[in-house]
Design a protein around this ligand. Sequence first.
Ligand SMILES: Nc1nc2c(c(=O)[nH]1)N[C@H]1C(S)=C(S)[C@@H](COP(=O)(O)OP(=O)(O)OC[C@H]3O[C@@H](n4cnc5c(N)ncnc54)[C@H](O)[C@@H]3O)O[C@H]1N2
Ligand code: MOO
Length: 414
Amino acid sequence: MSMRTAKEHLDTILDELKVAQRQRVPLAEAVGLVLAEDVTAAVDLPGFDNSSMDGYAVQAASLEGADREPVELRIVGELAAGVARDVEVGPGEAARIMTGAPLPAGADAVIPVEQTDGAPDGVVTCRAAVAPGQFVRRRGEDVRAGTAVAWAGNVVGPRTVALIAASGHAECVVHRRPHVLVVPTGDELVPPGEPLAPGQIHDSNSTMLQAAAVAAGATAEILPAVGDDDDALIRALDEAMGRADAIVTTGGVSMGAYDVVKSALKDKGVDFVSVAMQPGKPQGFGHVIESSTRRRVPLFALPGNPVSSYVSFEVFVRPALRRLMGLEPEVRPVHPAIVTTAMRSPAGREQFARAVVTRDAAGHLVAEPVAGQGSHFIADLSRANALLVIPAAVTTVAAGDQVEVVLLDGEVCS
Ligand SMILES: Nc1nc2c(c(=O)[nH]1)N[C@H]1C(S)=C(S)[C@@H](COP(=O)(O)OP(=O)(O)OC[C@H]3O[C@@H](n4cnc5c(N)ncnc54)[C@H](O)[C@@H]3O)O[C@H]1N2
Ligand code: MOO
């Protein structure tokens, strides 16, 4: 087995991945995805001159001096939001108007109802002058029909979908959301919630990897655990890979007598390598080919130890899924933090230790490594909110040293 750095392994993976195909989807399904085409407004925004206040549409000239001496105007009609503009306002006239209703022909301003006696019909008494254009939202002042409102490469969020919807579209073209197949392996695995026989454990990696894939923006499903049998693994993959954009297996990649993923896939396009990192040393990556369609699907063979599996997903699979989705950046940012306790790290292996990161009174990040740094400590993995990254050349870290941390849940609390 060749030995490579985590960065080299990630670069190898990213080099071999292409951004997912484009697909037209309803706006609600586009959130979190990247636009593959510019979006052009089909309509002006606002679509017509309209009122920003409940009040009366008037000619501003009719209310000259109304701030000194109230002016009476004849009510010639009423406009609610959603109605056609079938009223005309002349000098000395007013039309009762609601917020969002079209400004009637002839009117050039709106006096808010609070500055009048609020008469529903007949004559309205106005106690303020208005400037031309006051409380009028002009057609096209926000967006002109035919102009671009969102661009290929933009990540679609709630505000983008508001604009695209207002601009006249129910759908947009994005890079497809990848679907991930999570494939647990090992005769010892039992689905969560089921009773355990001697030697068995609950399959916790699958749920973890599915959740991590969904958190990264993909959809994911879990296949029934495959036993330590090469043919069973190949059959399971071939049956399901038609619906997958990426496959993540867990377990069966090290040196054991029953390491099924490695033995079944090493001649089927997957490279098994040792990565100079801890945890996560044994890794597999390559493209497997669906026998009926010859379609190539990227496959990540992650180690079975729960912490190794999680760290491998974070360091390799998450950036890869983002690449498939056309998202940047590929990796989470690193931040400086002060470590609270001394640590040792193996020579020649980059360490991704788990830590609880908080903010001190001065606002600096402080990283407390969790007690259990072995690859099987699920409780400490769950408690941690950061990976503390120790470079391969560093073997000891003293309390108070500055280290680099990757925050797993975004911001930290103090
Ligand atoms: N002789 C050697 N042994 C091992 C080496 C080595 O270099 N030489 N590497 C160790 C390292 S590092 C790792 S990491 C693991 C990787 O093991 P595998 O990927 O082959 O995984 P398994 O042997 O199938 O399982 C390891 C461990 O994880 C548990 N497991 C597996 N799947 C799940 C699951 N879905 N949910 C929860 N837990 C799971 C499994 O029961 C084992 O305890 O190899 C070391 N050994
Ligand atoms: O590399 Mo293994 O992933 O240490 O536990």
